[in-house]
Design a protein around this ligand. Sequence first.
Ligand code: NAP
Length: 238
Amino acid sequence: MRVLVLGASGATGSLVVRQLIRREIQTRILIRKSAVLPEEVLESPLVETVKGSINDLGQSEMDKLLENCDAVISCLGHNISLKGMFGKPRYLVRDAMRSVCETAERSAGKNVKIVLMSTTAYTNTSSKEKNSLGERIIFSLLTLLLPPHRDNVRAADFLIRDIGRSNKRIEWVAVRPDTLTHSDVESSYEVFEYRVRSPIFNAGKTSRINVSHFMAELVTDDRLWNKWLFKTPTVYDK
Ligand SMILES: NC(=O)c1ccc[n+]([C@@H]2O[C@H](COP(=O)([O-])OP(=O)(O)OC[C@H]3O[C@@H](n4cnc5c(N)ncnc54)[C@H](OP(=O)(O)O)[C@@H]3O)[C@@H](O)[C@H]2O)c1
């Protein structure tokens, strides 16, 4: 199989690439020209590097990017800087999802699995997930004032509402880690269908290495994929 990783130069994306290499999966990465990745990743015979920015690619470049890919894992996120958070592209993640889905829909061939790295700050209202009054107020303010949060919400909404469950070509899972932390080693983690803690008032932790492990397992283990298909699993370190 071949997996395309978007945001492969990011803190979680680079770990996903390592997880895929460890499983001997052919991996295509799209990174910006300025992106930095360790030599061991760039020089791996399993890794094919394409340079560019997802939202600047034309239709034929997108076709080529997705060619022969069975799965796409998006770990895109806005850089934590004024430009990254408040500048363009405002809808980096949502537009990337849209572009990937449009490309998958017009290409001939097998279904494409899409894994979106989302967040527990996304409320899956179509699965009847609810927020308390306090959470509703804070999420409304975040959506209004914090463009990256708005983008994350729209990206997950796009998969749930626009793509839905009956698209002939696209299968998806939106993975929701809680507060991301750094760790060099994997540890036990738990995956739930719904949030089990308040992301605002009682946030848990999810190490990036654990969420990268879960996303790599998802695309390589059919049983796990079918378990979480069209769902928005939350991931917490134990
Ligand atoms: N912080 C948290 O606690 C938390 C919790 C749950 C979920 N999340 C979400 O998880 C996702 C990944 O988080 P992370 O910390 O691993 O992200 P990260 O390290 O900031 O990586 C973001 C990736 O997106 C790429 N990117 C940023 N702006 C871009 C642009 N304009 N065009 C093309 N690529 C662009 C970056 O490329 P460059 O290397 O070239 O900049 C990088 O590869 C984010 O969406 C975040 O919101 C965060």
